[in-house]
Design a protein around this ligand. Sequence first.
Ligand code: UD1
Length: 417
Amino acid sequence: MDKMIIQGGERLIGEIQIGGAKNAALPLFMASLLTEEPVHLHNVPALRDVDTVEKLLTNMDITVKRGGRDAEVQAKALDTIEAPYDLVRTMRASVLVMGPLLARAHEAKVSLPGGCAIGTRPINLHLDGFAALGAEIDLEHGYVHARAGKLRGTTIDLPIPTVTGTENLMMAAALAEGVTVIENAAREPEVVELGNFINQMGGRISGLGTKTLIIEGVNALHGAEYTIMPDRVEAATYMVAAGMTRGNLLLKGARPEHLKAVIDKLMEAGMEIKAENGGLRCLLIGPIKSVDAKTLPYPGFPTDVQAQLMAMMSFANGLSVISESVFENRFMHVSELKRMGADIQVEGHSAIIRGKESLSGAPVMATDLRASASLVLAGLAAHGTTEISRIYHLDRGYERMDEKLRAVGAKIERVKS
Ligand code: UD1
């Protein structure tokens, strides 16, 4: 298993190209199953989760060709309708295969994801939605088996604006008979991206980016070509890196309109952030000011940036309170940050962070994707050496992170162990 070794204390200066968004790429690959025609995707990030989705689809005898940042997917027939445990276990987003399979093959068998490092994360809302569209759902031997004739449009009122739930139901409804209305839908840019993609395939989805999605089912969808949006969480992570190292980074491709809550929060913490040349210029002169934050569904402060902000607040001037309201158990990074000397106390869904002038490098362990990113950030700003093990978590969602950081001055190395 590879490790990341960081010598902290270097200011990061230069440019970083932001890659294609993981959370947009995954649903777009899945939506390619909605048509028998080829679909072409561009700006596909080189991530482990994208390899997993490729594995999942090729397992189902679907043709996936990848070359550099391009991919072609063609699902001529859908004879295999199963997503096995070993793939769903490594990537929960595998459950996104269910909507398209139900819509086109009228059957799907998907392993239940079970728990994960950030909580129980059930998929009950996906299943309730499929049932409302007319599917029969059985749970057997750890698998969800869903069967349906032609799905029928209906109104689905989501109690929580679940992101992948909205995406799964949107894909299923795209080929249903009649109109489906999803109330309290997720408004994340990746959901909008998926909707735009389906519309480009001939779908009829309106209300994207609002709480009410209206999906007029069509009989068939056709092939399409689409360029995946830049990853807003990768961008946010490097924004924080610029702040924590008192650096100056131009994040090429980062879209300010997707990052408003993060930009506002980091500016409150003392950073200067402005749009420049189709990207974002991010720097910090002076101290890191303590700020409070609460994670919320989009357009609120993203839960996927909570751990990174906490790493930054560990170096702030004063006390900050960060509350997690999207997931029940997303403070796995706290104990590792504490090993580096951070002063953090967790009380229920909140963490109280007393900022320190500096932390000291230490051996730490990555536990999930964004928690791992927070450890890299802490390592970059700490004094001494930080050794992060289990970095396969990072590879799920950050493309060549060590190379990108090295190119802007970080002393970071990936070693095989
Ligand atoms: C997606 C993102 C993930 C991000 C999260 C929240 C992808 C591939 N992943 O995950 O990076 O952190 O959104 O922005 O896009 N819930 C239920 N029942 C359900 C579904 C969800 O109770 O059927 C709960 C979850 O446990 C959680 C909350 O709803 O507490 C939000 O989760 P959700 O939006 O579904 O997250 P994901 O789509 O899994």
